[in-house]
Ligand binder design. Structure first.
Ligand code: PMP
Ligand code: PLP
Length: 481
């Protein structure tokens, strides 16, 4: 067999904060390493005895392999059982007594192993010392990441329209977000280079940033997906300026079938797991030769957000610093969530069954996306509203020609947006204002957008909401069509 030599990741000591470098983790958790000694009786760890966990057995119903509709799950679902002492009784590799006990910040070894295998199947990282650490979701993972890499007065970089929670996490830490220009393929590499090359510390009041936060696939709010060429171009800029990339990918597996238009036949689903995996745009993680990427994955959009389980993939150095922080903050995700996920993903579905589930989700979102696009083509005035068909995620981003609004020139763009927003509410439909997603609120507003999601309501309601949107826009623009 051929020996493939993989290099280790770059070290990031020059980018980590003093806080991140000073974290020693939990001294008491360190003592756990002595528990392996045979015959040892521990009066050490302050662990409550599992005798007092008021749970003996958990049963929950999940989809049988390949039978994924809500009706199928309800009527023909498979009941999985976790017992308190399944490990001692050789029934399972994980049980209630273990899952509900204190554990390490990186999460339980059982589920972590499954996550690492899944990451290898999907991304096959190119450097040697990569690793995964569980998170309680990407919201928290980004909060911890900011504390690992940024100080008050710093700037980070993101798409000019971005997920507001991340800006709102950064702001109270004294960290501002510099907007990078976008097009229909998301963040523009030239704009990233330009923002960095022209960075003026005196004007910005902070040093040149090095942390890029990006949502490469089905971006929130624009729905844009970066092509492979775009990812490579951005990675090259990251190498040029020695940037650290945080890729936040909750929508990675909501990559949909190609959009064929209202009157063309649908594209058949991927015929095999290989075909499915090949249809996905390669991640930054898979392109990362230097170890300059932290990928944030989350079960929120593909299993359920209330489970609060996700993971990061990065170099061992970064994962170790992250889990030392988690040890003293979030600790691992909820034991109940980890136990149920382990039963479902490892013991019941396995990797292949999970890929089947992801293909199911892909087809469901494709159908919903097609419904909203067809409704938009039917009901919206094309001279006032335009869009690009989303290829991934749950968002449809509508551009509004506010310069054609009768109040243009008399009111500011923000005031016109506010007026349109209220007109939508009058007509009984809620969309998000595009301006709520601006990374840099101080910049002049020169475009207007509305964000719609096709994830939340059934098809008939999507159609009705878009019909109301069309009526509200015509009403607001004084039927300028
Ligand atoms: N505070 C004190 C005084 C404790 O003894 C412990 C657990 N050893 C904790 C907090 C940790 O609590 P939690 O499991 O809710 O994070
Ligand atoms: N990142 C983005 C871009 C999102 O749109 C969302 C959810 O809306 C999240 C992260 C939240 O993820 P989690 O539930 O894993 O915290």
């Amino acid at each position: 067999t051929q020996h493939v030599h993989k290099a280790n990741a770059k070290r990031w000591d020059h980018r980590l904060t003093e806080e991140a470098k000073a974290r020693t983790g939990s001294s008491l958790k360190e003592a756990a390493k002595y528990l392996g000694q045979p015959g040892l009786i521990s009066l050490g760890g302050g662990l409550p005895s599992s005798e007092y966990f008021p749970l003996d057995e958990i049963k929950f119903k999940v989809p049988a392999l390949g039978h994924f509709s809500a009706k199928d799950i309800h009527e023909h679902g498979v009941v999985l059982t976790a017992g308190k002492h399944d490990m001692a009784e050789d029934k399972s590799l994980f049980d209630i007594a273990t899952a509900l006990q204190y554990g390490q910040g990186h999460g339980a070894a059982q589920l972590l192993r499954w996550i690492i295998e899944h990451t290898e199947i999907v991304h096959n990282p190119t450097y040697q010392d990569w690793s995964c650490t569980m998170t309680i979701g990407s919201t928290s993972a980004f909060d911890i990441t900011l504390r690992m890499f940024t100080k008050p007065g710093n700037w980070i970089l993101s798409e000019e329209f971005t997920f507001p929670a991340m800006v709102e996490s950064a702001a109270p830490m004294g960290v501002k977000v510099a907007a990078v220009g976008m097009d229909e393929h998301g963040m523009r590499a030239e704009s990233l280079d330009e923002v960095l090359s022209s960075w003026d510390e005196k004007v910005r009041g902070g040093p040149k940033p090095f942390l890029v936060y990006t949502v490469p696939t089905g971006q929130n709010p624009t729905g844009a997906t970066q092509t492979l060429e775009r990812r490579k171009a951005i990675y090259a800029v990251a190498q040029k300026h020695d940037l650290y990339i945080v890729e936040d990918e909750p929508y990675y597996f909501l990559q949909m079938q190609p959009y064929t238009g209202p009157n063309a036949p649908d594209v058949p689903p991927p015929a095999s797991h290989e075909e499915f995996l090949k249809s996905l745009v390669p991640s930054y993680l898979s392109l990362d030769t230097d170890g300059r990427v932290m990928r944030m994955d989350s079960f929120s959009k593909v299993i359920a957000p209330g489970g609060r389980v996700g993971w990061i993939t990065a170099s061992e150095q970064i994962c170790e610093r992250y889990s030392k922080h988690a040890d003293l903050a979030t600790q691992g995700p909820s034991g109940l969530s980890q136990l149920m996920l382990f039963k479902l993903l490892d013991e019941h579905w396995g990797h292949a069954g999970y890929l089947d589930w992801l293909i199911h989700i892909r087809m469901e979102y494709t159908a919903r996306r097609n419904v909203i696009l067809e409704a938009c083509e039917t009901y919206l005035p094309g001279d006032l509203i335009s869009w690009a068909p989303p290829m991934a995620g749950m968002f449809h981003w509508l551009k509004v020609e506010y310069r054609k609004h009768p109040h243009y020139g008399k009111k500011t763009a923000i005031e016109i947006e506010e007026e349109i927003f209220h007109k939508l509410m009058e007509h009984g439909t809620l969309l998000m204002k595009g301006s709520w997603f601006r990374a840099e609120q101080e910049l002049a507003v020169e475009t207007m957008f509305l964000r719609a999601t096709y994830a939340a309501v059934p098809s008939e309601q999507i159609q009705e909401a878009v019909r109301r949107l069309g009526a509200a826009i015509r009403d607001s623009f004084g039927d300028a069509t």
